[in-house]
Design a protein around this ligand. Sequence first.
Ligand code: TXA
Ligand code: MG
Length: 324
Amino acid sequence: MTAPVLPAGDPASIERAAAVLRDGGLVAFPTETVYGLGACAFDARAVARVFEVKARPVFDPLIVHLHDAVELPRVVDAAEDPRVARLAARFWPGPLTLVLPRRPGVPDIVTAGLDTVGVRVPAHPAARALLHAAGPLAAPSANPFGYVSPTTAAHVAERLGGHVDLVLDGGPCTVGVESTIVSLAGDAAVLLRPGGVPLEELEAELGRPVALAERGSRPVAPGQLDRHYATRTPLRVLDGPAADAPPGGQRVGLLAFGPTSARGYAAVEVLAPDGRLATAAAQLFAALRRLDALPLDAIHAEPCPPEGLGLAIRDRLRRAAARG
Ligand code: TXA
Ligand code: MG
């Protein structure tokens, strides 16, 4: 059976989704970053099903989504940390996740047994309505583990429609890459994942540089596995703007950053016709999926500038290209 897909803007859909969640069910819902696969954060059995449905390793913790920062004391122990109030006031609701010391009541399965928990307040109106009715929700991106994240309800339904109880359709995600994850568990803020809030803006708000997590520094960022966001088709990140397609019989797809005059590709996706990083981020996952649906031997991706949202795009492409 495939899950019903309901319009997220209809209050009746939100009510039905909230009832499903309260009964221990799973609801896929839109956020401004990507679609999430939600379960009640305090219902360990429902959360366990999230891991099952995604085929996600249980050492990879989930983010807890809140309707409002005033709910923080329900899940974290951070009342004394002035950085939290500051970042919450500036970036919430929005694409920022804070990793903070957890409260004992948060189920172990949510945090993968860590003494910290990731929390965020999403901005999408449907997510907010759902969280108001049935939050807090533990929610990873609504894709099978390791595959490209979903930015439309159709992406969710295609891969997980048979395994979830309800899908809320709130249209395409406007940010298009996942939230920026910052750990405030220690004295120095550490960037665990670049995402929808640019690093420069975080540093400006905190008034100091944010350290970058060392690659492969598990268990600090247990989910930051190298091979992730992977397409079925092998993907390679080019060193610079694309030249003409390589000679030979291969069918190569091009993921161009901006308008391109490169020739000979079997298919071309232009992420940002306007050259803006925000446009490229919003298009990234849908474009990758379209290329991946074609009979191609390889996908070549142009790099984008390493600034602003470009950091998140480069991170996702690097992981998509990682082998093994
Ligand atoms: O934008 C987003 O963050 C989306 C939407 C649905 O909110 N969610 C999302 O969740 O991207 P997910 O599960 O696909 O990625 C969450 C990442 C994982 O890599 C996980 O390891 C990391 O957050 N994470 C969660 N809790 C953590 C913790 N306590 N310490 C370190 N990393 C944590
Ligand atoms: Mg994910």
